[in-house]
Design a protein around this ligand. Structure first.
Ligand code: TXA
Ligand code: MG
Length: 348
């Protein structure tokens, strides 16, 4: 079946939203922009509609979806026993890239929550997303609109590349603003814990509600010799190429990138570089500039595009420069790169 593409700059916004909302109400799937990444939306309360999301993405059934709402008032319909701290965070950060895990009400079907008794809720900071929720009159279950295991989509073209023919429609409103997915915080536990880092940092949240925990594990550094032994496949956010992430200060990182680049070239591999400074680039097969290492916000915006772009250029190996600042969204960028990486090499 065909996937309809609505171009926001070519049609009337109101009419496009009406058409897209009609698809949602009929139980169909519509990919739409949010401030973080594009989401693949369906009526969160319609199990048959939500099933289509899992099918289109090839997503494992036990991985729950985020339910998107258009107002804080909508939260009480979907969640119960909402702690005061959750309201504090909604007041401060919504609409915005923060997802709250709360006790789920019965109306939310098992397929949406992956059978858990909690539900993930967020109000996106994007006019089109909010209008689509309002006009369809449904909360929208929406994971990132990529094939399961691929980098998240930051443009409608990424969505089309992965899901064309598998979903009913895409609303193309250009590139997103953040580039990495929302921060996920579990508010059903005390103290609350961050389950996925994003643009809203642990420090931002602690300023509002005090101490919180970390409920995710960042991978640790491994020995470089393991590059030669395959079999440590991490599939999250993974392009087809093997990703090697070099972490440390910029000087030793650059030296290591050059050394590894030459090493792979002598062995006949096609090498792509994901860099933070153009002047560092050796004469490589493919190259992508993430942005300045002092601007993690820039790097966040370009990260998934960069992984996709190097993949399209059919490189065997991607060497990624991990010398960027860890401030702000930098911690989330590092988390995504570590998930994409076959191997992380720390240099001093
Ligand atoms: O920025 C975002 O969050 C984007 C946009 C589209 O809103 N969405 C997104 O969805 O990244 P997805 O499905 O790719 O990631 C949702 C994450 C998954 O890691 C999932 O396991 C977790 O949230 N999650 C959802 N419901 C949960 C629950 N009840 N308990 C714990 N984790 C949950
Ligand atoms: Mg995802």
């Amino acid at each position: 079946s065909r996937t309809q593409v609505f171009h926001i700059d070519k049609g009337k916004l109101g009419e496009i939203i009406e058409e897209a909302a009609a698809i949602i109400k009929e139980g169909g799937t519509v990919a739409f922009p949010t401030e973080t990444v594009y989401g693949l939306g369906a009526d969160a309360l319609n199990p048959a509609a939500v099933e289509k999301i899992f099918e289109a993405k090839g997503r494992p059934a036990d991985n729950p979806l985020i339910v998107h709402v258009a107002s804080k008032e909508g939260v009480g319909d979907l969640a119960k026993h909402i702690p005061q701290k959750a309201y504090t965070l909604m007041d401060k950060f919504w609409p915005g890239p923060l997802t709250l895990i709360l006790q789920s009400k019965e109306v939310v079907p098992d397929i949406t929550t992956g059978g858990l008794d909690t539900v993930a809720l967020r109000m996106p900071d994007n006019r089109i997303a909010l209008e689509l929720i309002r006009v369809s009159g449904r909360p929208l279950a929406a994971p990132s609109a990529n094939l399961s295991g691929k980098p998240s989509p930051t443009t409608a073209d990424h969505v089309v590349a992965d899901l064309s023919g598998r979903i009913d429609a895409v609303i193309d409103a250009g590139a997103v603003n953040v580039g990495v997915e929302s921060t996920v915080i579990d508010m059903s536990s005390e103290p609350p814990a961050i389950l996925r880092p994003g643009m809203i940092s642990k420090e931002d949240i602690e300023e509002e509600i005090g101490g919180i925990g970390i409920g995710y594990e960042d991978r640790v550094h491994q020995d470089i010799e393991k590059v030669r032994s395959p079999g440590m496949k991490y599939t999250h956010y993974s392009p087809n190429a093997v990703v090697l992430l070099i972490e440390g200060d910029s000087k030793p990182v650059n030296a290591k990138i050059r050394e590894m680049f030459c090493d792979f070239k002598t062995r006949g591999a096609r090498v792509g570089l994901l860099l933070t400074d153009r002047s560092d680039a050796p004469d490589c097969d493919a190259f992508f500039l993430l942005g300045s290492r002092d601007r993690p916000d820039e790097i966040a915006l370009n990260l998934f595009s960069g992984l996709r772009s190097l993949d399209e250029q059919k490189v065997d190996v991607i060497i990624a420069d991990g010398s960027f600042s860890q401030r702000g969204v930098g911690a989330a960028v590092r988390n995504r790169l570590r998930k994409a990486a076959e191997m992380i090499i720390k240099v001093e």
